[in-house]
Ligand binder design. Structure first.
Ligand SMILES: NC(=O)c1ccc[n+]([C@@H]2O[C@H](COP(=O)([O-])OP(=O)(O)OC[C@H]3O[C@@H](n4cnc5c(N)ncnc54)[C@H](OP(=O)(O)O)[C@@H]3O)[C@@H](O)[C@H]2O)c1
Length: 299
């Protein structure tokens, strides 16, 4: 029987820990974690993400601040706001919702965030820490950090001797995921659009992570029997069976086929998705704990 990994439950556990430690940090040390979320423009999907992050932050007992700026905000004004948030002692995490409008250099904005408040883990300092194995002091990007927690629930923390294949090499998911697996002693291969014979490579994986953005690309017969399959992909496809103009979400893995072979697999939705926001809360709590000189909880 395949173990279907319930990301909602694991995410709830993370959020419960965050709430408990937040109450302690606020009550005993007088430090309330503060998360500032910045959004520029009116992209509807981004608005939804931002409001759910702000809502979850409030639910955790954080100070939750949202800056909604017009689409024509200049790069200089956005940099000024980042500078103010960097200096604000009540703010421990700064998140700039991507994508930014075309006239703003996203890289410049991300690198302007103070590394100790970079709870998305995109600054060069945090990327470098993760890349050099300084995982404990780095902020790790939330989606791979959450995926790693799901893998640990199935396989434990030490993944020595296991082969991992990560399909996708983005800076947000694929590369940090590969670094996390390497730090946990996996033998890691990163695959991408130029990889030859991906099905054969995927079949070598004890842990297979799909972060591609192509609906159901990874087929059941690409999965090694007993493998742990983590599907990061979120793809909306037409679902005429639900009615005209309706759609549904699927991952990058053909769930029905892959779950025949996999030992454990994440569904979409309900797998990696809920972990991302939970890990954002965890990173913000860790940042606030560090600023108070208090040992943060382990997740
Ligand atoms: N669950 C969450 O919270 C969450 C968070 C972030 C992202 N996502 C989802 O995860 C997926 C990946 O996101 P991303 O930001 O990493 O995407 P991305 O930046 O577009 O990267 C996609 C990667 O997939 C590779 N790729 C594309 N076609 C391929 C093929 N035919 N065979 C092998 N590799 C191929 C690309 O290779 P090249 O580098 O060679 O082009 C690239 O490295 C998306 O569905 C996204 O919506 C989910």
């Amino acid at each position: 029987m395949t173990n279907i990994i319930d990301g909602k439950i694991v995410a709830e556990n993370v959020v419960e820990t965050v709430k408990r430690f937040t109450a302690e940090l606020t009550g005993n040390h007088g430090v309330q974690p503060g998360l500032a979320v910045v959004i520029v423009g009116e992209d509807p999907a981004s608005q939804v993400y931002v409001s759910s992050k702000s809502k979850k932050a409030k639910e955790c007992g954080f100070l939750s601040v949202q800056h909604t700026l017009p689409a024509d905000t200049s790069e200089a004004d956005l940099l000024k706001l980042i500078g103010e948030l960097n200096a604000d002692k009540t703010i421990h995490g700064i998140l700039v919702q991507l994508p930014l409008p075309g006239h703003i250099d996203s890289g410049k904005i991300i690198q302007a965030i103070a590394p100790e408040k970079d709870v998305d883990g995109f600054s060069f300092i945090n990327v470098g820490k993760l890349g050099t194995g300084e995982v404990d002091s780095a902020f790790v990007p939330c989606t791979p950090a959450g995926s790693m927690l799901l893998i640990e629930r199935v396989r434990g923390k030490d993944l020595s001797g296991l082969n991992a294949v990560v399909v996708g090499r983005s800076n947000i998911v694929g590369k940090p995921m590969a670094n996390l697996l390497l730090a946990a002693n996996c033998t890691v291969t990163i695959a991408h659009s130029r990889t030859k014979d991906l099905p054969a490579l995927a079949r070598t994986a004890d842990i297979l992570v799909a972060a591609v953005g192509r609906p159901e690309m990874i087929k059941g017969d690409w999965v090694k029997p007993g493998a742990t399959v983590i599907d990061v992909g979120i793809n909306r496809i037409p679902a005429p069976e639900k009615g005209e103009g309706k759609s549904r979400l699927v991952g990058d893995v053909d769930f029905a086929g892959a779950s025949q072979a996999a030992g454990a697999i994440t569904p979409v939705p309900g797998g990696v998705g809920p972990m991302t926001i939970a890990m954002l809360m965890a990173n913000t709590l860790v940042s606030a704990s560090r600023s108070a000189g208090v040992e943060p909880p382990a997740f």
